[in-house]
Write a protein that binds this ligand. Sequence first.
Ligand code: PGA
Length: 241
Amino acid sequence: MKRFVAANWKMNGSLAANEELLRALIELPNAAEQVICPPAVYLSQVSELLSGTDIAMGIQNVDWHESGAFTGEVSTMMAKDLGCRYVIVGHSERRTLFDEDDAACCEKARATQSAGLTPIFCIGESKAERDAGKALDVVKRQLVAGLDGVSLQDLVLAYEPVWAIGTGDTASPEQAGEVHDYIRRELENIDKSLAQTVRILYGGSVKADNAASLFAMENIDGALVGGASLNAKEFSAICCA
Ligand code: PGA
Protein backbone atom coordinates (compact mmCIF):
# COMPACT_ATOMS: atom_id res chain seq x y z
CA MET A 1 0.00 0.00 0.00
CA LYS A 2 1.16 3.55 -0.79
CA ARG A 3 2.06 5.74 2.16
CA PHE A 4 -0.67 8.16 3.16
CA VAL A 5 0.49 11.69 3.97
CA ALA A 6 -1.94 14.39 5.05
CA ALA A 7 -1.14 18.09 5.37
CA ASN A 8 -2.79 19.90 8.26
CA TRP A 9 -2.34 23.58 7.46
CA LYS A 10 -4.06 24.55 10.73
CA MET A 11 -4.99 28.28 10.82
CA ASN A 12 -2.41 29.32 8.24
CA GLY A 13 -2.57 30.57 4.67
CA SER A 14 -4.03 33.25 2.42
CA LEU A 15 -5.38 33.19 -1.13
CA ALA A 16 -1.96 34.17 -2.44
CA ALA A 17 0.09 31.89 -0.20
CA ASN A 18 -2.15 28.86 -0.85
CA GLU A 19 -1.87 29.28 -4.58
CA GLU A 20 1.90 29.61 -4.46
CA LEU A 21 2.26 26.58 -2.19
CA LEU A 22 -0.02 24.28 -4.20
CA ARG A 23 1.33 25.31 -7.61
CA ALA A 24 4.81 24.43 -6.33
CA LEU A 25 3.70 21.18 -4.70
CA ILE A 26 1.89 19.87 -7.78
CA GLU A 27 5.14 20.13 -9.76
CA LEU A 28 7.23 18.28 -7.19
CA PRO A 29 7.73 14.49 -6.91
CA ASN A 30 5.21 12.50 -4.90
CA ALA A 31 5.14 8.82 -4.00
CA ALA A 32 2.29 8.96 -1.48
CA GLU A 33 -1.46 9.37 -1.30
CA GLN A 34 -1.58 13.08 -0.50
CA VAL A 35 -4.36 14.93 1.28
CA ILE A 36 -4.45 18.70 1.84
CA CYS A 37 -6.48 20.05 4.76
CA PRO A 38 -6.70 23.85 4.50
CA PRO A 39 -8.76 26.19 6.67
CA ALA A 40 -12.44 25.70 5.72
CA VAL A 41 -12.80 29.11 4.08
CA TYR A 42 -10.20 28.10 1.48
CA LEU A 43 -11.71 24.73 0.51
CA SER A 44 -13.19 26.08 -2.74
CA GLN A 45 -9.93 27.65 -3.79
CA VAL A 46 -7.90 24.57 -2.90
CA SER A 47 -10.37 22.27 -4.65
CA GLU A 48 -9.97 24.31 -7.82
CA LEU A 49 -6.18 24.33 -7.59
CA LEU A 50 -6.13 20.54 -7.04
CA SER A 51 -8.54 19.68 -9.84
CA GLY A 52 -6.96 17.38 -12.39
CA THR A 53 -4.39 16.13 -9.84
CA ASP A 54 -4.72 13.01 -7.69
CA ILE A 55 -4.27 15.00 -4.47
CA ALA A 56 -7.31 14.72 -2.19
CA MET A 57 -8.74 17.33 0.14
CA GLY A 58 -9.94 17.23 3.73
CA ILE A 59 -11.39 19.60 6.30
CA GLN A 60 -9.80 20.20 9.71
CA ASN A 61 -12.97 20.05 11.76
CA VAL A 62 -16.75 19.64 11.41
CA ASP A 63 -19.86 19.92 13.49
CA TRP A 64 -21.77 16.66 13.77
CA HIS A 65 -25.24 18.15 13.33
CA GLU A 66 -26.74 18.05 9.85
CA SER A 67 -27.74 21.72 9.75
CA GLY A 68 -29.42 24.39 11.83
CA ALA A 69 -28.71 27.03 14.44
CA PHE A 70 -25.02 26.39 15.08
CA THR A 71 -23.42 29.75 14.34
CA GLY A 72 -19.93 29.51 12.94
CA GLU A 73 -20.00 25.75 12.38
CA VAL A 74 -19.58 23.70 9.20
CA SER A 75 -21.34 20.37 8.59
CA THR A 76 -20.01 17.19 7.02
CA MET A 77 -22.35 17.61 4.03
CA MET A 78 -20.99 21.12 3.43
CA ALA A 79 -17.46 19.75 3.47
CA LYS A 80 -18.50 17.04 1.04
CA ASP A 81 -20.24 19.59 -1.16
CA LEU A 82 -16.95 21.45 -1.53
CA GLY A 83 -15.08 18.29 -2.52
CA CYS A 84 -13.64 17.01 0.75
CA ARG A 85 -13.03 13.29 1.13
CA TYR A 86 -11.50 13.42 4.61
CA VAL A 87 -12.21 15.04 7.96
CA ILE A 88 -9.62 15.45 10.70
CA VAL A 89 -11.37 14.47 13.93
CA GLY A 90 -10.11 14.77 17.50
CA HIS A 91 -6.90 16.67 16.81
CA SER A 92 -5.23 17.41 20.13
CA GLU A 93 -5.63 21.15 19.55
CA ARG A 94 -9.40 20.60 19.24
CA ARG A 95 -9.38 18.39 22.32
CA THR A 96 -7.37 20.76 24.51
CA LEU A 97 -8.12 24.28 23.20
CA PHE A 98 -11.78 23.67 22.32
CA ASP A 99 -12.65 21.14 25.03
CA GLU A 100 -13.65 18.31 22.70
CA ASP A 101 -13.96 15.14 24.74
CA ASP A 102 -14.01 11.51 23.56
CA ALA A 103 -17.80 11.61 23.18
CA ALA A 104 -17.70 14.70 20.94
CA CYS A 105 -14.94 13.16 18.82
CA CYS A 106 -17.02 10.01 18.49
CA GLU A 107 -20.06 12.01 17.31
CA LYS A 108 -17.90 13.75 14.71
CA ALA A 109 -16.38 10.50 13.46
CA ARG A 110 -19.83 8.92 13.11
CA ALA A 111 -21.25 11.97 11.31
CA THR A 112 -18.24 11.94 8.99
CA GLN A 113 -18.80 8.34 7.99
CA SER A 114 -22.56 8.89 7.65
CA ALA A 115 -21.79 11.59 5.08
CA GLY A 116 -19.64 9.13 3.14
CA LEU A 117 -16.37 10.79 4.21
CA THR A 118 -13.37 9.25 5.94
CA PRO A 119 -12.31 10.44 9.39
CA ILE A 120 -8.62 10.96 10.09
CA PHE A 121 -9.08 10.21 13.76
CA CYS A 122 -6.35 11.59 16.04
CA ILE A 123 -5.26 10.13 19.35
CA GLY A 124 -2.23 10.60 21.55
CA GLU A 125 -1.03 11.17 25.09
CA SER A 126 0.29 14.31 26.77
CA LYS A 127 3.80 14.62 28.21
CA ALA A 128 2.49 14.15 31.75
CA GLU A 129 0.59 11.03 30.72
CA ARG A 130 3.69 9.57 29.02
CA ASP A 131 5.89 10.40 32.01
CA ALA A 132 3.39 8.65 34.25
CA GLY A 133 3.66 5.51 32.09
CA LYS A 134 0.08 5.92 30.88
CA ALA A 135 0.60 6.45 27.13
CA LEU A 136 -0.92 3.13 26.06
CA ASP A 137 -3.82 3.45 28.51
CA VAL A 138 -4.70 6.89 27.16
CA VAL A 139 -4.53 5.72 23.56
CA LYS A 140 -6.74 2.75 24.39
CA ARG A 141 -9.33 4.95 26.13
CA GLN A 142 -9.40 7.34 23.16
CA LEU A 143 -9.80 4.43 20.75
CA VAL A 144 -12.51 2.61 22.64
CA ALA A 145 -14.57 5.70 23.50
CA GLY A 146 -13.90 7.56 20.26
CA LEU A 147 -14.60 4.71 17.87
CA ASP A 148 -17.79 3.43 19.50
CA GLY A 149 -20.14 2.82 16.57
CA VAL A 150 -17.48 3.88 14.05
CA SER A 151 -16.65 1.43 11.26
CA LEU A 152 -13.07 0.40 10.58
CA GLN A 153 -14.00 0.27 6.91
CA ASP A 154 -13.42 3.93 6.09
CA LEU A 155 -11.07 5.08 8.75
CA VAL A 156 -7.58 6.54 9.03
CA LEU A 157 -5.98 6.83 12.46
CA ALA A 158 -3.30 9.32 13.45
CA TYR A 159 -1.16 8.74 16.51
CA GLU A 160 0.05 12.17 17.55
CA PRO A 161 1.75 12.38 20.93
CA VAL A 162 0.76 15.83 22.17
CA TRP A 163 4.31 16.56 23.36
CA ALA A 164 5.64 16.09 19.82
CA ILE A 165 3.20 18.41 18.03
CA GLY A 166 4.77 21.65 16.85
CA THR A 167 7.66 21.23 19.29
CA GLY A 168 10.37 19.82 17.03
CA ASP A 169 10.54 17.01 19.57
CA THR A 170 9.58 14.01 17.40
CA ALA A 171 8.89 10.64 18.97
CA SER A 172 11.71 8.23 18.12
CA PRO A 173 10.79 5.55 15.58
CA GLU A 174 10.88 3.02 18.43
CA GLN A 175 8.61 5.11 20.68
CA ALA A 176 6.13 5.69 17.87
CA GLY A 177 6.44 2.12 16.59
CA GLU A 178 5.56 0.69 20.00
CA VAL A 179 2.31 2.66 20.11
CA HIS A 180 1.45 1.90 16.48
CA ASP A 181 1.92 -1.85 17.12
CA TYR A 182 -0.32 -1.53 20.15
CA ILE A 183 -2.99 0.32 18.14
CA ARG A 184 -2.91 -2.39 15.44
CA ARG A 185 -3.46 -5.08 18.09
CA GLU A 186 -6.36 -3.11 19.58
CA LEU A 187 -7.92 -2.76 16.12
CA GLU A 188 -7.55 -6.52 15.65
CA ASN A 189 -9.55 -7.02 18.85
CA ILE A 190 -12.33 -4.94 17.29
CA ASP A 191 -12.27 -6.55 13.82
CA LYS A 192 -9.48 -8.87 12.79
CA SER A 193 -10.05 -8.71 9.05
CA LEU A 194 -10.50 -4.94 8.79
CA ALA A 195 -7.68 -4.06 11.22
CA GLN A 196 -5.01 -4.39 8.51
CA THR A 197 -6.83 -2.01 6.18
CA VAL A 198 -6.79 0.94 8.60
CA ARG A 199 -3.91 3.30 7.87
CA ILE A 200 -2.17 4.41 11.07
CA LEU A 201 -0.35 7.72 10.57
CA TYR A 202 2.23 9.22 12.87
CA GLY A 203 2.06 12.95 13.58
CA GLY A 204 4.23 15.29 15.61
CA SER A 205 7.13 17.28 14.12
CA VAL A 206 7.45 15.06 11.04
CA LYS A 207 10.09 16.55 8.72
CA ALA A 208 11.91 15.49 5.57
CA ASP A 209 14.86 14.33 7.64
CA ASN A 210 12.98 12.09 10.07
CA ALA A 211 10.18 10.74 7.86
CA ALA A 212 12.09 7.79 6.39
CA SER A 213 13.10 6.37 9.78
CA LEU A 214 9.51 6.65 11.04
CA PHE A 215 8.09 5.08 7.85
CA ALA A 216 10.52 2.17 8.27
CA MET A 217 8.48 0.95 11.25
CA GLU A 218 6.09 -1.87 10.42
CA ASN A 219 2.85 -0.23 11.50
CA ILE A 220 3.57 3.39 10.55
CA ASP A 221 1.63 3.82 7.31
CA GLY A 222 2.16 7.51 6.73
CA ALA A 223 2.08 10.88 8.45
CA LEU A 224 -0.10 13.79 9.49
CA VAL A 225 2.08 16.83 8.96
CA GLY A 226 1.56 20.30 10.40
CA GLY A 227 4.38 22.86 10.16
CA ALA A 228 6.36 21.09 7.44
CA SER A 229 3.31 20.90 5.18
CA LEU A 230 3.50 24.67 4.65
CA ASN A 231 6.70 24.24 2.67
CA ALA A 232 6.22 22.53 -0.71
CA LYS A 233 9.74 21.08 -0.95
CA GLU A 234 9.70 19.78 2.60
CA PHE A 235 6.25 18.23 2.18
CA SER A 236 7.17 16.66 -1.14
CA ALA A 237 10.30 15.17 0.43
CA ILE A 238 8.21 13.65 3.23
CA CYS A 239 5.85 12.18 0.61
CA CYS A 240 8.83 10.58 -1.13
CA ALA A 241 10.62 9.33 2.02
P1 PGA B 1 3.45 19.39 13.46
O1 PGA B 1 1.86 19.21 13.63
O2 PGA B 1 3.86 18.57 12.28
O3 PGA B 1 3.64 20.87 13.25
O4 PGA B 1 4.08 18.91 14.72
C1 PGA B 1 1.27 17.96 13.43
C2 PGA B 1 -0.21 18.04 13.67
O5 PGA B 1 -0.63 18.83 14.54
O6 PGA B 1 -1.00 17.35 13.02
